[in-house]
Design a protein around this ligand. Sequence first.
Ligand code: DPP
Ligand code: ZN
Length: 875
Amino acid sequence: GQTIRLDDYRPTDYAIETVRLDLKLDPKRTQVTSTLSLAARDGTRGGTPLTLDGDALTFVFAELDGKPLSPDDYVATPDAFTLKRPPEGLFELTIGTETNPEGNSALMGLFRSSGTYCTQCEPEGFRRITYFLDRPDVLSVYTTRLEGPKDQVPVLLSNGNPIEEGELADGHHYAVWHDPYPKPSYLFAAVAGNLAHISDTFVTASGRTVDLRIYVEPGKEDRCHWAMDSLKRSMRWDEVRFGREYDLDIFMIVAVSDFNMGAMENKGLNVFNDKYILADPTTATDTDYAGIESVIAHEYFHNWTGDRITCRDWFQLCLKEGLTVFRDQEFTSDERSRPVKRISDVRTLKAHQFPEDAGPLAHPVRPQSYREINNFYTATVYEKGAEIVRMLATRLGEDGFRAGMDLYFERHDGEAATIEDFLACFAEATDTDLDTMLLWYNQAGTPTVTATSSWDAGSSTFTLKLTQNTPSTPGQSEKAPMPIPIRFGLVGPNGDDMEVERIEGAEAAADVLLLSEHEQTVVFHGIGARPVPSLLRGFSAPVRLEADTDTADLLFLLAHDSDPFNRWNAAQTLAMDHLKRSTEAIRRGDTLAADPEFIKALETVATDTGLEPAYRALALQLPAESDVFREIATDVDPAAVSKARTTLKGEIGSALAGTMRDLYDTLQDDGPYHPDPESTGRRALSACALDYLVAGGTDGAEELAKTHFDTARNMTDRLAALSTLAMNRLPSAEPALEDYAKMFEGDALAMDKWLSMQAMIPQPDTLDRVRELMDHPAFSIANPNRVRALIGAFATGNATGFHRADGAGYHFIANIVIELDPKNPQVAARLLAAFRSWRSLEEGRRTLARQELERVAERADLSRDSSDIVSRMLG
Ligand code: DPP
Ligand code: ZN
């Protein structure tokens, strides 16, 4: 495959001012007629050939300014259409193509999901519908006409506002939609089918009434109300926090059951994976409710950061994604709990982005080149991209950040912009030199920051020696130092933050200092007693911090730090230190007991009713096995890590059995279910207590969990109890799993949870179970949600199973990738990325994993998606 490079960017020779698309819907032979009004851009030489992108298209006809073109005038292949000698001035090109929605198993372009016609165009799906300049910097005004048999497709939707509809002969009807906002092709959408909807209205800040609709399969309307509620709150929040109003008369969301991604922000017509729409208390968990709220917000916020201002090219993907993730994170923080949200986001970042950044798939937030852009919808572009925006906000303060955003919206509305454009707005609005911020976009790898400290009584100074070092990553061996904002506090002996008279050696504002060199020595004056430094508060930069804080310091921070993030982080660091040492002991055939002081400190947090229950639940959660892998980094023995973690959990559970039982008892609530943050937190803490009771082997714990499962009145409680039974491999797990399957038979989303849970049971023979479940009626290899639920959960959520010492887990996943790749390359390539940390494994597993990767790589006809991943992985 060909490599696309950022440095090669140049605008197209021609602009497409308007697009008239006409779709005559048919399951196997949909007729697409596209009429483009084109004009050469300034500077294009007269007669320069025009080449439009295509992908697997069936060409039917072409006309120029309403007259048929002779075959001498153009070349049409499945992958491109070239008009050899375009006329001067404005001209109209009409092209007819034919496409087979039913045969479209890749779910890119026009496809069918349970009978509904639906599109997915980002990033390069529009070229599977018609020939086009299918890139984000070609902005056009679209008018779309949809036509089909009224009994099969009573609902016909596209972007913008509806302008016309009518009946035709032989039971057909049509609808015409017009989107006045110029947009790139990746934001085009069309949906047609037998859909029901719920509707509501929203009055914007300036008093316009917007019609809101959520479309679903008939019968599922009752499960859309939380999504609608989330949408209205998102619309209000964007007005209040960023001054952004919605701009069309109607905003529509459609939920479909076959979808590669979570959701898609098409202008005025978002298409969602139904997992992020449908919710009711019996089938959705608190996590599902929170996920729906944040994905609804994310896609809605794209209306300004993505749609009104889009990306110049796909290298700038983080311009819309990082920024929009930041915005949805802020929304959740404002709606729920800021510390809890921050901790969850950092856990996600470390679980997904850090390993990506440390392995063969590492790439800059703004890559310099790609072979397949679909493989760059990554944790790095999204989550690290959001962290960079957060660092800007941290450095510039609330007002400065808002001023920069205001300028960005004002200056670039209606444009396709770059990261440089974005940074320039903040630099200008706040008169700050932000040139080195670009390094965060251009350099891959997670910097390690070290901090060594000393206090000098005589001079009342506290000295912090800081260094930063970013490891080499594929294609980048040398790294320049980056600007790293470190939010800090010096915690005095009484537990309060100390006053600092003056700071030398670093640019510092209030409680943030900027590490900008490889090495800096920072001196804090007026420090009359030895403080414990609390660094990187709120995780102010996406770095790995190695500080010289010892166990006593960490216990002190866990008890006293005024920053809730660092209090939590102190507990995590203590647990991680233990897990690493315990893993080593296990590999030596030894054991290592947990520190009673640490367990006691956990108990103090768990029972501190001054803290939110959700926060207490997070504090009690041990680092995941994958977190420990990451920290160990080389020669990882997954079985030893798993054993270390299970042992520690058991020790805590048994030491704190009485506390956990009290917690559990006081947290039960008989009121009606509501997914609000308070009751969500209560349920999370209760589930955590129950899990520790079981892990600790407490008398009666299994019965308690079984009763919790049987008497649950919502999915959150039911699933938590089932998970505890299953993950701890208790005898009651199997009958409970059977009961669950009977209860939710036929409910695909609820059955996904059942598939996932079984796939994650941490024992070697889980692989056999996963193979059997592939024959269960609840599973289908054609549906991405089912594949992610069963196979994805096994590959990424079951270290014990996937990393079986005999390599059977690797072999199984490689087989699935090979089977899936011809049908849905995107989903196959995603699955393949489960191997991304293979080089860190101990030698035996590393060899087995390499063999499987090589077996995949040797396949002829591998998709560009999978071949790109596998070659980078082996490269
Ligand atoms: N729909 C995906 C997202 O919102 C890709 N744009 O992140
Ligand atoms: Zn997005």
